[in-house]
Design a protein around this ligand. Sequence first.
Ligand code: S3P
Ligand code: PEP
Length: 433
Amino acid sequence: MKSSMDKEVQPASVLRGSPSLPADKSISHRSVIFASLHQGHSTITNFSTAADPHSTICCMRSLGVNIQEKDHSIKVEGVGRDGLKSPDEDLDCGNSGTTMRLLSGIIAGAGTTAQLIGDKSLSSRTMQRIIDPLTDMGAQIDARDGDFAPLHIQRNGKLQPLHFPLPIPSAQLKSCVLLAGLFGDDPTTVIETLPSRDHTERLLQLDIQEQKDKKIIHSSRADNIPAQSYRIPNDFSAASFWLVAGAVHPEAKISMKAVGMNPTRNAALEILKNMNAEITVSDRRKEGAEPVADITVSSSQLQPVDITKEMVPNCIDEIPILAVAMLFADGTSKITGAEELRHKETDRLAALSDILKKAGASFMEFEDGIEIHGNPDFTPQQGSFSSEHDHRIAMSAAVLSLMGEQPSQISNAACTDISYPNFWDDLQLLTNW
Ligand SMILES: O=C(O)C1=C[C@@H](OP(=O)(O)O)[C@@H](O)[C@H](O)C1
Ligand SMILES: C=C(OP(=O)(O)O)C(=O)O
């Protein structure tokens, strides 16, 4: 039965045009948090209008920061790191793990008292990874069942610096600890062996020692927090849906401008190129501290590829859509070391398997990944695909549906608002020929 929350996706005969990508979600979160901690004004242009960064704006307002939004820009009157107040109300992080984990670091560091809450999905995601180091730094954190939101955070004693080898390659965990460290008199040190996205380090200009097999990143009160006045790049993770759609569709040419090209973030581009995807990258330039470029993709004959544990942190959010690309490759592809996908908005490996099964694909799911037997002539069976209320699953299912012979349904399709509010309009624009 079709509900009003479902979206019907028609098979596409052609895919052509330039989608209006959203601004980068990870950078949007960080820009408003760091602008709030800066003492003085920041103007951030091309700020994401998606739901997750908006949750961060609302939380920063509750912490006493004046933020004005106009079109795609925000103006932030930064209060400095000692100007945050304890909020009167709960900080509602909505669906956003980044908001909850980064703000936990700020609250523990600043010594304000706050309770962070989230929606059903966020309240079922583990917070142990941040509770442990923040507790070691002197925070007192009460969590439901010791692990889940709501998180009540306060600190009575002095902030303790931490020497923290990252137990998992997570940018949210790295950023949480470094942000708490910004409030300490003595430096906090985070040691990273598998690089994850480095937006926090870039935007805060943190001190980093690069060694052969690791990065040692420091933060302390001595770090100046710069104003955050720049244009945010367009979101590479959003672009990846069209990179795959353009590569697998036989009549496609899609161009995208000013897409984020941070190398700790866009491994999917190299993976697709290694699959033989017809992708051209032009006009490489910088927006603030971040590299951007224009990208064009066109119909390709894809080869299989393996994604291993070392590659996963740099394409973590793109794995569902890369799995769709693998369906159309000429042979078997394998993803391993991706157990973290089970801790996202939903268990993304399980949600993906459900979609692949309904589409009639040949694959095998493992605890930490998936093996996909691709075929250039693969035609997905028409399906009623479940998004599991997860934006990246919904968009992956939509791209797959473009390749079918009959219309498919995607359930709870409005969840794309979490990262890409214009997704369905862009899909219409690209297919309307
Ligand atoms: O720091 C960030 O902005 C993010 C880090 C990643 O999460 P993890 O750090 O949990 O891997 C990613 O999945 C998420 O979409 C955004
Ligand atoms: C996992 C994601 O985000 P978050 O962890 O911030 O909810 C995502 O955007 O895919």
